[in-house]
Structures are given as C-alpha cells and as structure tokens.
Design a protein around this ligand. Structure first.
Ligand code: FEO
Length: 394
C-alpha cells in the first residue's frame, strides 16, 4: 500500500496484511489486519507515529522513501508490542537522528522486546506536549489498552487522536475511514473481546480520559480510521459499561451425541422462556466469535462429555479462555454426559476463578439423556430465565 494523505502533511504510511489469519498464534483474523503507521510533518519537526510488524518493514520503509523523508526527528511509540514496535530498530538505523518517545514503562519493554537502543529513547509524562512548529502533540498515558505501557497521542491543531490498539480492529481494507459500519462494528467488537475485555475497568478510565478532547478523527493502529468518532466511542462505551443482556452463550463439544442432545434440548427450553442463546460447537467454532459473544452475555453454560475422568479438552479450552478474557458474566453452569464417573464439574469450576459468577446447578447425565435429565434441563432453563428477569437483563 502506497502512502495515503489524511490531511496536508499528515500521511498514513503503514501496511495492510490481507492474508494474515492468526494473531498471537491464537486469535483468528478472518479479515486480515493492518499495521497503521502515521507520518506528521510539522514546520520544524517530523514525527513517525508507530512502526509496523516486522513482516511488513519493507512497506513502511518504501513509503517513507516515496514521500522523500530524509530525516525523522521522533518516533512516537505508543506500545511495545512487536506488531507496532518490531520495526523500530530498522527505522532508527535508517534515520540516525531519530529519537523514540514513549512512556517510562514502555522504555524498558522496547529494549527487552525489540532490542531497541535504550540511549535513543525519551520518556514523556502524562499530558506532556511536544511542538513540531505549527503542530502540537499531546501525549496521553492510557495504561492497559492493552498492555501496562500504552499511551495515545492527540494532535491538537488537527483534532486527531492516534489511539494505537484502542478503538482498533483487525480489518484489511483500502478504505481510509470506516465506510461499512456493520462490518467495522463486528471487527471492532471482536477486537475488543479478544484484546481489551480483560481490562474493562481500565477501558472505562481511559474512555473517561479521552472524553473531554475535541476529536475529529480517531486513527488507530489496526483497521480503518474513524472520521465519525461517535460511532466507535459509543460502541466502546456500551461494551465497557452496559449490564449484561438476556443472553446465554453455550459452547459445547460432544463425542457420541449425548451431550449434543442435551444442548439442543436446553437451547429450545431457553428460547421458549424468552432467552437468546448463542451456541458454539467447540470442535469447529471460530474462537473469536465465541469471545465476541461473551461481551454482553449474562450466562455461560458449558456442554461437555466426561472423558478420561474430566472435561473434554475442547471444553477446558473454552473455560480457560473465558476465565482469561474476564467477561462481565453473572451465571455459569455445566451440562453433559458421562459414562461411569469423573470430576468434570469440579475441574471446570476450578478453571474459572477469575469470573465473579454464581454457579447454577449443573446437569450431568449418565449415558444418553432420559426423561429425568430433560426435566433437570427444564429446571436449569427456568432458573436462568428467572435470574435474568430478576436482574433486569433484557
Ligand atoms: Fe496491535 Fe497490542 O498490538
């Protein structure tokens, strides 16, 4: 991708990655991603905002050459993660006058993770400013979006908030700005669920922090920019603050269809009681979709057979993931079939200690479910519907 002018003397110079399908060896990227890097030419100083993933370093360097950039004064580094800072040493090598600007916490992380030269790093305090001549940058410390060292940069004269991962989305598109709000909402929610949700309280603090800035454009480090920032600010506000909704997420796995039969029955029973259900077969599901569904669900019911005296590894994976992502769940239960015994419930319950949830009476049946098991599933559906109603989850 060639450099793209955003405003006079402000360019997007990063890279699209159409074909990447996995991040962190874990997170599915159905729509690829982008590593957004921005160049700002002030009347006195030139600044690069973030770099790109090392796999795309050539794109960044060629874009800077194409713009005829002979000197960079500062590389503002919002975040030490390698998809934005992995190319920092190469950029510093090409532009020997350039200094890195980051938070104090980021300094050591850059040296550790990207082997950046520590003597070329300048740290800035929260709200500190830097004049580029006719333009002014204000650095806003924003810890835990989504690492402890993260910060944002506000370009005052142009009212652009460079937000790094905050408000980002894994989405490769030639659109500079969000054009398809439906697609962008889904991509941003998926991103929030996978990356930001564990830090919901910090997200709230950082939303408070940016709310008093006049923002025309939010320029994140992944995905298209927001020239209608209210769209993404409102979405984030909802994800970070809203009470859970009247939704049950039901990740399950089944080996011989006994657990599947229970899942099908429970889904029907919940729907009859006015509860929305999102069902995921863990053998085939996209875990990003599962993560996204956890953003606003009130309840998770894990469906698993007992295998080798415990939960199926797929179910254990789902429980581990939910525990790590710390969604705002209120209730959890477990259903499934066993052959002769085991410790499935104790095992799964022990894996979700991060979740502040009430555990509703599990329903485990021996072999294929029978009338008494379906009755127990009806009781579980009654309990879930009643709990959601009592809590005004709508
Ligand atoms: Fe896009 Fe946390 O790096």
């Amino acid at each position: 991708m060639k450099p793209r002018e955003i405003k006079p003397k402000i360019y997007r110079v990063g890279a699209l990655d159409w074909d990447r399908r996995l991040f962190d060896a874990l997170i599915p990227l159905p729509d690829g991603t982008s590593y957004n890097s921005y160049l700002i030419q002030g009347s006195e100083k030139t600044v690069l905002i973030d770099t790109v993933d090392p796999t795309k370093e050539t794109v960044l360097l060629e874009n800077l050459d194409e713009l005829g950039i002979k000197n960079i004064d500062y590389v503002v580094t919002h975040h030490a993660e390698q998809d934005h800072s992995g190319t920092l040493p190469v950029v510093l090598n090409k532009y020997p006058e350039a200094k890195v600007i980051c938070t104090p916490k980021c300094q050591g992380m850059l040296v550790d993770l990207s082997l950046a030269p520590g003597d070329r790093i300048i740290t800035v305090e929260d709200k500190e400013t830097l004049s580029l001549g006719d333009k002014t940058l204000e650095f806003i410390h924003a810890p835990w979006v989504h690492w402890p060292e993260t910060m944002l940069t506000y370009l005052r004269e142009d009212k652009i908030l460079f937000s790094c991962d905050f408000f980002g989305s894994h989405l490769a598109t030639t659109d500079l700005y969000v054009s398809d709000e439906g697609q962008s909402y889904e991509a941003a929610k998926r991103y929030y669920a996978e990356i930001m949700m564990p830090f919901r309280n910090q997200i709230q603090k950082n939303l408070e922090k940016v709310k008093d800035y006049a923002i025309d454009v939010i320029a994140p480090s992944h995905g298209p920019m927001h020239d209608r920032p209210g769209f993404i600010l409102k979405a984030y506000h909802s994800w970070a603050y809203d009470e859970p909704r009247n939704i049950v997420v039901l990740p399950y796995t089944s080996m011989h269809d006994s657990t599947r039969k229970m899942v099908d029955y429970l889904v029907g029973a919940l729907v009859q009681r006015g509860v929305t259900v999102k069902q995921f077969d863990l053998a085939v599901t996209d875990i990003g979709k599962l993560a996204m569904s956890l953003v606003d669900a009130a309840t998770v019911v894990i469906g698993t057979p007992t295998v080798l005296a415990g939960a199926h590894p797929n179910a254990a994976h789902a429980a581990f993931l939910a525990n790590a992502l710390r969604p705002n769940l209120k209730f959890v239960s477990i259903i499934g079939s066993y052959g002769w015994g085991g410790r499935t419930v104790e095992q799964l319950a022990g894996m979700i200690s991060n979740l502040k949830v009430e555990v509703l009476e599990p329903v485990l049946c021996k072999g294929f479910p029978k009338e008494s098991d379906f009755k127990a599933l009806d009781n579980l559906a009654d309990m879930i519907a009643r709990k959601h109603k009592e809590n005004n989850f709508i």
